[in-house]
Design a protein around this ligand. Structure first.
Ligand SMILES: NC(=O)c1ccc[n+]([C@@H]2O[C@H](COP(=O)([O-])OP(=O)(O)OC[C@H]3O[C@@H](n4cnc5c(N)ncnc54)[C@H](O)[C@@H]3O)[C@@H](O)[C@H]2O)c1
Length: 271
């Protein structure tokens, strides 16, 4: 492996490491020599991912961490500090949309669900903030590391219906830039903060919005594919390169960026 992209023995914490994208990333990183610390919402969720990584010869450990619970985040970070001393990378993949926070075509702002909005901001924004805050002491052992937040296409240009999701992902972009500046100024150039903005990947959360039971596209699915110059959804493995790059020395001078992997969606005006 080219040293520039070497992630061998890097200790990588991944929240939401049990989700569709998080599981794929955990396997990929372990297969490339990283020691992956998989954080699901519960340890029971993380164990099968870790068992499967180990059965393929990789190294990983399972933890349970509700990212909206500050005490829980601090306790897990403390446990990992006790066991490993420090970490190299934190990937904040816990997040996503929630049913109640989607504004259906027959709804409007007047009957939108305020509690669902609070919950989605709590998961996507506060959850990312709490993970970073809790794991920061582990990075400060050496003042070196890479934090990777997960943004979305709906951050820069909000998608219809998903107001809370769009707003919380826009806040992730802002937080990413804010912390990139803060950490470089306070701790030097070693601790970087970036975000990955995936385009559209068929996962549990969006499958029913984008595809029918028979696998054909819904009207929204059609709209997305026709606004993606490459004319299709992405495959989770098409995010591996970007994740690997952000974990490695190859992105040493990169901080505060939002890296899109979207088949051209973000560049296309629709005309
Ligand atoms: N799938 C896509 O097309 C797409 C596109 C853009 C961005 N994203 C983002 O990528 C990330 C992963 O998405 P995914 O598609 O793999 O979704 P997913 O639902 O499969 O995974 C989400 C993960 O977050 C975990 N989680 C939920 N609430 C939690 C909590 N309170 N504490 C800790 N963990 C919690 C879940 O257990 C799960 O492991 C999300 O932030 C999502 O918004 C996905």
């Amino acid at each position: 492996m080219n040293k520039l992209f070497d992630i061998d023995h890097k200790k990588i914490v991944i929240t939401g490491g049990t989700g569709v994208l998080g599981t794929a990333w955990s396997h990929y990183l372990a297969a490339h020599g990283a020691h992956v610390l998989v954080l699901g919402k519960t340890a029971q969720e993380s164990e099968p991912v870790v068992d499967s990584i180990r059965s393929q010869g990789g190294t990983a450990n399972a933890y349970g961490c509700d990212v909206t619970d500050e005490e829980n985040c601090k306790q897990v970070a403390g446990e990992i500090k006790g066991e490993f001393g420090d970490i190299d990378v934190l990937i904040n993949a816990a997040g996503g949309n929630m049913k109640g926070a989607t504004i259906a075509p027959d709804q409007n702002l007047l009957n939108s669900d305020t509690e669902a909005l609070r919950k989605i901001i709590d998961l996507n924004y506060i959850g990312t903030y709490l993970s970073i805050k809790s794991f920061l002491p582990l990075f400060l052992e050496r003042k070196v590391g890479s934090i990777i937040n997960i943004s979305s296409m709906s951050a820069a240009r909000p998608l219809t219906r998903v107001m809370g999701y769009s707003s919380s992902k826009a806040a992730i972009d802002n937080l990413t830039k804010w912390l990139a500046v803060e950490f470089a100024q306070k701790y030097g150039e070693g601790l970087r903060v970036n975000a990955l903005a995936p385009g559209f990947f068929l996962t549990v959360q969006n499958k029913t919005l984008l595809t029918q039971n028979d696998g054909s596209l819904t009207a929204r699915g059609h709209q997305i594919v026709s606004n993606t110059p490459m004319g299709r959804f992405g495959q989770p493995e098409e995010l591996f390169g970007a994740i690997h790059y952000l974990c490695s020395e190859a992105s040493k001078f990169v901080t505060g960026t939002i890296l899109s992997v979207d088949g051209g969606f973000g560049a296309y005006s629709g005309v």
